[in-house]
Design a protein around this ligand. Structure first.
Ligand code: PLP
Length: 394
């Protein structure tokens, strides 16, 4: 019998997709399911973006492109990142990838091997840990705590760095908590990193434009002293409601960019050509659809927080970014995964149990408010009804 390499025994996955599959299954059986599990905007990709892809196809733009992406798109990304972060960005350092995840994959492959430590946020996007384990590196969880506003702590992060640390993964605004790390904390982290010049930083800023309460996003790229070791992960999936287009980009230090180009040549060749033209239209066209979507998420955020806080045994901190809330369910007496599962099977509400994002996610469930206000209200009413009937002694 054939034998696959050990790495594939260690690779994990994203339970959000399993929950989506189960929710779809139940809906197909005729159940009325409200999905607060999925991490994608419930908006359509704006028309002018779709039209740009259609036009590109009609114009014959359906061949291979350069592995790192078409130049006008890399120029547009460089200009956009420069405008938002203040960092000078060359199109030569930009790589267009098939989805934000691919940047994670490339960066973790580049630094992960047996004997290396990689720091990652917990709770955090599950693929960080999965990929670290895949490479054989040692995953070192940086706890993300509610009492810290679900921001990462510079002190705690710096204390976990050792001579074995190769890469630190940061994510703000964050999935699954909606936490935003304040600039003062990032300042502290960057100052502390001066002692560790060989540690690279993967900054996942895919929710960078989804931020509320007048807060400003702080990009790790805006710090000149670490710019030669920051890998910026961003993309179109969330900002432009383009999850299925598979369009992401990264900005790489000059020393690494050719390695990614070679990885692209060996794996995906290039990103779907018409999708790249859509990405170009997204960056260079009107941004009102983005602002309208974020404003709508902001309104729903208020509803989620207000309504969840009325429930017995639940407290819900106000998320500062992304489109997730991460209510604390400890006082219900339920463990998070059984609760998420019971909510789906018995109450018809899809959510994700916190432990699907790491061990520090126990005691929380993730609600995505990428659903209508009406559905959000209905879902929370169902959760309340379920808890009334099933509350356990805390
Ligand atoms: N990073 C974070 C924090 C995410 O939440 C996600 C998607 O949910 C991604 C990256 C991946 O995005 P994409 O769909 O573009 O691969």
């Amino acid at each position: 019998m054939f034998q696959t390499v050990a790495n594939f025994e260690r690779i994990g996955e994203e339970n959000a997709f399993a929950v989506l599959a189960r929710a779809t299954d139940l809906a197909r059986q005729g159940r009325d399911i409200i999905n607060l599990g999925i991490g994608q905007p419930d908006f359509k990709t704006p028309d002018h973006i779709v039209e740009a892809a259609v036009k590109a196809l009609r114009d014959g733009e359906h061949g291979y492109t350069p592995a790192t992406g078409i130049l006008p798109l890399r120029e547009a990304v460089a200009a956009d990142v420069q405008k938002r972060t203040g960092a000078p960005v060359s199109p030569d350092n930009v790589v267009i990838v098939p989805g934000g995840k691919v940047t994670m994959f490339a960066a973790i492959l580049m630094f992960g091997e047996v004997g290396a430590d990689i720091l990652y946020p917990d709770p955090g996007f599950p693929i960080y840990r999965s990929m670290i384990e895949f490479t054989g590196a040692n995953p070192v969880a940086v706890p993300i705590r509610e009492e810290n506003g679900f921001a990462f702590s510079a002190e705690e992060t710096l204390a976990l760095i050792t001579p074995k640390t190769r890469l630190i993964i940061l994510n703000s605004p964050a999935n699954p908590t909606g936490g935003v790390t304040p600039k003062s904390e990032i300042d502290k982290l960057v100052a502390g990193l001066a002692k560790w010049p060989d540690v690279a930083i993967l900054s996942d800023e895919i929710y960078g434009q989804m931020i509320y309460d007048g807060l400003e996003h702080t990009s790790l790229l805006s710090y000149p002293e670490i710019r030669d070791r920051v890998i910026l992960l961003d993309g179109w999936s969330k900002t432009y409601a383009m999850t299925g287009w598979r369009m992401g980009y990264s900005v790489w230090p000059t020393a690494l960019v050719d390695k990614v180009r070679k990885l692209a040549v060996n794996c995906w060749s290039c990103v779907n050509a018409p999708a790249q033209f859509a990405g170009l239209a997204a960056l260079t066209g009107p941004q009102d659809a983005v602002h309208a979507m974020v404003a709508e998420f902001d309104r729903r955020r208020a509803v989620v927080v207000e309504e969840m806080n009325k429930l017995s045994g639940i407290t819900c901190a106000t998320p500062k970014g992304a489109f997730y809330a991460f209510p604390n369910i400890k006082a219900t007496g339920w463990k998070a995964k059984p609760l998420a599962s019971a909510l789906l099977e018995q109450a018809g509400v899809a959510t994700i149990g916190g432990p699907d994002f790491g061990i520090y996610g126990e005691g929380y469930i993730r609600l995505s408010y990428a659903n209508s206000t009406e559905n959000i209200r209905k879902a929370i009413a169902r959760i309340e009804e379920f808890l009334q009937a099933n509350i356990k002694a805390a």
